[in-house]
Write a protein that binds this ligand. Structure first.
Ligand SMILES: [Zn+2]
Length: 853
């Protein structure tokens, strides 16, 4: 056996051996309980970064642990492979998106394999591969047939540089594109939507079923769905049959409405605008049309609005009130109109004050004398209704229901629940995505491509100029096809799908990844679902998880799977941070290798630098390349460091000294086990264990107990690694090397270490003479008898000063402890005929004798 720990050689050897033995394959049709361990799959950028490494190592430890604990484990990996960067590469470097993507996949897969991940690569999927997106298209048609996919014209965020539609989250708070940096414009386009709003209530209430999810993720989902309970009310337009519909959560303030506001795009806007205001209103609409939604609704931005000249009537009191349009009201949200109650809404108060609109108080605090106070800010608390006709004197909380009932009776309102969640805009005017499988026929309208004709393949010979519309829209021979229904000339849909669709069902495909007849077999999906442990970044806390939950529910309703929720437990791992150096005067980051850490100054200007931990990134020059760490220390050390340095959900601060520390620990284990393997003679089995053996056995079973508990539920890998170190130290200190207890200790240490550092554990296991893989062993069980302490260390004190310690039976009474202390050598020597005035006994700890001075 090797005398030096040579991580590179060991890791290469076992990675090949595991593949040969098929150890990572997923067992089917077994009596064992199932466990589905899943990492969020990566976008194939080409380079594995430390954030990936952390994500996949965490999932791998769980997968390996569960195998040892007797589960059959599904632990797959794949590639979220469609998306914009491949097209940008095609434009910048003239590489076809498919070539660029598959090259990156190959590179990243090779890097992943060096980490010793126990992944079943037979189930690898790439969302850009026709044998995957064929089923994405088939699932799209399932949604279409269920009435859950539809087209409508919608105002979208338009990136004038990338020439594409952006999702709201791709636009920053200043209204710039996150990718191109262009000022985002608004544009009307006919788009495809998924009707996720049909599932809003289920997506909300089923959050209660997810007890294994972090609370903050559930709260983020809840806020995103944004349920509000309130009233739908109609305000007639004066001298017209038109009515302005609004939604409000404060119907109790309806007597305080002093104006109504329409979204500039609202169809009523031109109808209510008077001749005198026409020019001003049109100018305003033109200005607003260039603003993104995020810009329009930003909290810190002043709200802009303008009078239309039109008048509405408050149906409750007949008051005439002005109609305005304002940028902060969006046509896509709610009814596209709001009522203005400046006395009781902070935003309205500010807006009305600026626009010099009237402010009318209709709720006052209880016991208030003045029913018409002058406000300096909006009064938004509940109180007593005033200036509200027959509702005067009523508690405002009760007034909400009373007003709704009244409006319903009068025929101009009703109770309504509204959600912030809107339908999912899935169209992208891009090439490198899954084509939407429909054809537009002049006679038949929109026609689904028949299942037999799927997949609608992405054409391969495409020219990328980076300008104009999607490359697909320019391919005449691809676009023009006969209508599947009537055979007349028709045109293919040129939009592709949002990549979030690809990732909304990949976890189902893994359960039956090479099926070319179906997206997945019902029995296989039902067997493996739900995912028992999902691991990924908090940045996916909202959209990816919400869309996947939506998909699962729709597929359940289509009879394609029988679970309500895709992911039973969710672990959102923290970021990987490293030291960054920034010049506060120039705002520039300085590469780590150009800075002297003792006195960090800017090599160009000499300025003192700010030093802090920040997420690893290229732009901050603080990334640590996983390949370098693996090359120097090996995968096992990298894994141990990542797991030891911080609890998985917390941010991890990179520290070379701690990496080195883990390397030294593995070296100690290496010497310990190999030293034992060389020296061990015949293992002596005795009936009665010596005290040393009992102590060692207690250390072994304490480690089993603590590590098993640390790895249950919350996965506290960091404390588990500490326990491994303790056990290793106990074995190092123990002398009973020929005892069967020592052998038990060495083997237990290796099995407990195996999920964390799989290669070195395997090598040392074989060095002990075992033939089968350590990863096929059984996780050790705690022997409760071994944990029982039968002797304790008792401290003997005279006048509070420690004179020494003795070993005593753990179950000794107070009287026995005093006797044992008195009669011990330490007791005899120190008391030596002195009169004892008082004895203080702390059971399990000490005996203190009080003697005269
Ligand atoms: Zn037709």
């Amino acid at each position: 056996m090797e005398s030096q720990y040579n991580a590179a050689a060991i890791e290469q050897k076992w990675q090949q051996d595991w593949v040969k033995q098929g150890l990572d394959k997923t067992p089917e049709n077994s009596d064992k309980p199932k466990f589905y361990a899943l990492s969020m799959f990566p976008y194939p950028s080409g380079n594995l970064h430390m954030g990936h490494v952390r994500n996949y190592v965490i999932t791998d430890v769980i997968a390996r642990l569960k195998r040892l604990q007797g589960y059959r484990v599904l632990h797959p990996m794949g590639w979220d492979a469609f998306g914009l960067p491949a097209e940008n590469a095609a434009i910048d470097r003239n590489i076809p998106p498919a070539d660029w993507t598959y090259k990156n996949i190959a590179q990243m897969k090779q890097q992943l394999q060096t980490l010793g991940l126990s992944i079943d690569w037979d189930r690898e999927v790439a969302t850009c591969s026709p044998d995957y997106y064929k089923w994405t298209q088939w699932l799209f048609l399932q949604f279409y047939q269920a009435g859950l996919a539809y087209q409508k014209e919608a105002a979208v965020n338009w990136d004038p540089i990338d020439q594409t539609v952006l999702a709201n989250e791709q636009v920053d708070s200043e209204g710039y594109s996150w990718r191109s940096g262009a000022k985002v414009e608004r544009k009307l386009l006919r788009q495809w939507f998924f009707k996720i709003t049909d599932y809003a209530e289920q997506l909300l209430t089923d959050l209660d079923k997810l007890s294994g999810w972090p609370d903050r993720v559930k709260l983020m989902q809840e806020n995103w769905i944004g349920k509000s309970v309130g009233a739908y009310l109609e305000f007639p337009v004066k001298d017209s049959d038109e009515k302005i519909a609004v939604f409000t959560t404060r119907p109790d303030t309806v007597y305080g409405v002093t104006y109504v506001v329409l979204a500039p795009e609202h169809p009523l806007t031109p109808k209510v605008t008077t001749e005198g205001q026409k020019a001003a209103v049109e100018g305003f609409i033109e200005e607003v049309s260039n603003e993104s939604e995020i810009e329009r609704t930003a909290e810190d931005k002043p709200k802009r609005g303008i009078l239309t000249g039109g008048t509405a009537i408050n149906p409750f009191n007949g008051e005439e009130i002005p109609i305005l349009i304002a940028d902060y009201v969006l046509y896509e949200y709610g009814t596209g109109a709001v009522m203005g109650v400046p006395a009781h809404d902070t935003r309205d108060f500010k807006f009305a004050t600026e626009k010099e609109l009237p402010i009318k108080v209709v709720i006052v605090p209880e016991n208030s004398e003045d029913s018409n106070p002058t406000l300096t800010e909006a009064y938004t608390e509940p109180g007593i209704m005033v200036n509200s006709g027959e509702f005067d004197g009523m508690q405002s909380t009760e007034g909400k229901t009373a007003i709704i009932n009244y409006a319903e009776k009068q025929g101009y309102g009703k109770a309504r629940i509204q959600y912030r969640l809107r339908d999912w805009l899935i169209s992208r005017q891009r090439y490198w995505g899954c084509p939407i499988p429909v054809v537009h026929c002049p006679s038949c309208g929109t026609v689904a491509v028949p299942d037999a004709d799927l997949p609608v393949k992405l054409p391969e010979n495409v020219e990328f100029t980076g300008r104009g519309a999607s490359p697909l829209a320019k391919l005449e021979d691809w676009i023009n096809v006969p209508c599947p229904s009537c055979g007349e000339p028709a045109k293919r849909e040129t939009d592709t799908m949002d990549t979030f669709i690809d990732s909304s069902w990949y976890y189902l495909r893994y359960t039956d990844a090479i099926n070319d007849q179906e997206a997945f077999k019902l029995e296989k999906a039902n067997d493996w679902m739900n995912v028992d442990q999902y691991v990924g970044g908090i940045e996916h806390a909202i959209l990816h998880l919400l869309y996947s939950r939506f998909f699962t529910k729709v597929l359940r309703d289509r009879g394609l799977v029988n679970v309500d929720e895709p992911f039973k437990r969710l672990l959102t791992q923290g970021m990987v941070q490293a030291m960054a150096y920034k010049n506060p005067k120039t705002g520039k980051y300085i590469p780590v290798d150009k800075v002297n850490p003792e006195s960090p100054t800017d090599p160009d200007t000499g300025d003192d630098l700010e030093v802090f931990y920040e997420k690893m990134s290229k732009s901050k020059y603080n990334g640590v390349d996983p390949q370098k760490v693996l090359g120097k220390y090996g995968a096992d050390t990298a894994r141990m460091f990542i797991l030891f340095k911080a609890p998985p959900e917390k941010d991890l601060e990179w520290d070379d000294a701690d990496v080195e520390g883990q390397f030294r620990f593995l070296n100690r284990v290496w010497r310990l086990v190999n030293g034992y393997a060389e020296k061990q003679g015949e293992v002596i089995s005795k009936k009665e264990l010596s005290k040393e053996e009992k102590d060692l056995r207690r250390a072994i079973h304490t480690a089993i107990k603590e590590i098993s508990e640390d790895l249950e539920g919350d996965y506290q890998f960091n404390t588990a690694v500490s326990e491994l170190m303790k056990l290793s130290n106990a074995l190092n200190d123990a002398k009973c090397i020929n005892s069967r207890v020592y052998q038990e200790g060495i083997e237990t240490l290796l099995i407990l270490l195996a999920p964390f550092a799989p290669h070195i554990a395997e090598e040392l296991w074989h060095n002990l003479g075992h033939e089968t893989s350590i990863h096929l062993q059984t996780w050790p069980e705690v022997d409760p008898d071994a944990l029982v302490v039968d002797e304790i260390t008792l401290v003997i004190q005279i006048m509070g000063k420690t004179r020494g310690t003795i070993q005593v039976p753990a179950n000794s009474s107070k009287e026995e402890l005093e006797k044992l202390a008195r009669e011990s050598d330490i007791g005899k020597r120190n008391l030596d005929g002195k009169e004892v005035k008082k004895v203080i006994v702390v059971p399990g700890k000490l005996v203190n004798f009080v003697v005269p001075k």
